[in-house]
Structure formats: structure tokens, C-alpha cells
Design a protein. Sequence first.
Length: 180
Amino acid sequence: MSARTETILRHWREAVPDDRLAHLVKDATRALVRALQMRLAEHKVSFGHWTFLRVLWEGDGLTQRELSDEAGVTEPTTFSALKAMERLGYIRRTGDRQKVRVFLTPRGRALKRVLVPLAEQVNAVAARGVRKADIAVARAALLAIIENLAREEAAQDKRMPSTRALARFGTKRKRPRKRA
């Protein structure tokens, strides 16, 4: 076990055992993603491409906007990833500038047989020693958290600001004071 992992576990078990759930979920997510990234790298597939491949394996022919929404990333991020995935021969794009659709190539579709078992392996390693009943409770709790936060967001009728808009928050210039 790495020193970093030991530090994280000590933090959760000793320093702040009742810290916010969001932090614990973030650390668990980071560990799961890292474990998968290491396995994907052996097949020269980035985690970002994995994210889009997973969505497309469930049903390709989505527009770039739909794919962005499903993957939970911005459209510029999707555009960049799709350009790279097209160069690698995983996808093809069709349509006009207004409505580009994304389709898997045979090569992109074939990756499913290789990559999905890697994700299943990560899940099996992560769940090692955890009772099935506890996993079921954790799944139910996480799904409830997702649903609760989605309901609150919908009730507020607000959209997440774009990355560009968020960047502007910290760069507001103050007007110089007028001297008397």
C-alpha cells in the first residue's frame, strides 16, 4: 500500500472519521478511477476516451451535444476527445455542423470486449471483503444522494455556469477609486 493511501485511510479513520460524505466519495472515486486508468493505459486508452466509449456502447448515433450531456462533460471537451478518437479509429462523425452524430467503428465497438472486463476487475478488487448486503446499502445510499441533489437542482431551475463564466468570477476588476 502506498504512503499516500495510508495517509488517506488514517485521515478517514482517525483524524476526521465524521468528515463530510462528499470528501469520502471523492477519495473513493479517485481510487477507483486511478485503478481503472492504470489498466486502460496498458491498452493505450485514456480514461476520457473510456467515458465516451461507455456511452456509445450503450447506443451510438448520438449528437455531440447528447454525448456531452451523457458523459457529463462540456461540449469543447467532447469535441477535442472526439477528434482524437476519430484519429485513433474508434469513431466516425457524420452530419452537418449543426448536428454532428457520433458512431462507433468496428474497432471502437471491439474495445468493449477488452475494456469492460478491466472495469469489472476494478469493481471486484474494490469490493473485496465487503459483504454483498453492505454493497447494496451503499448503492442505495449513493443513488438516493444523486436523486436528492438532482431534485434540488431542478427545483432551483439553475444551470451550472460554463467553465469560462466560472473563470471570470475570480478576475473581476475593481474600479479605481476617485481621488478627492
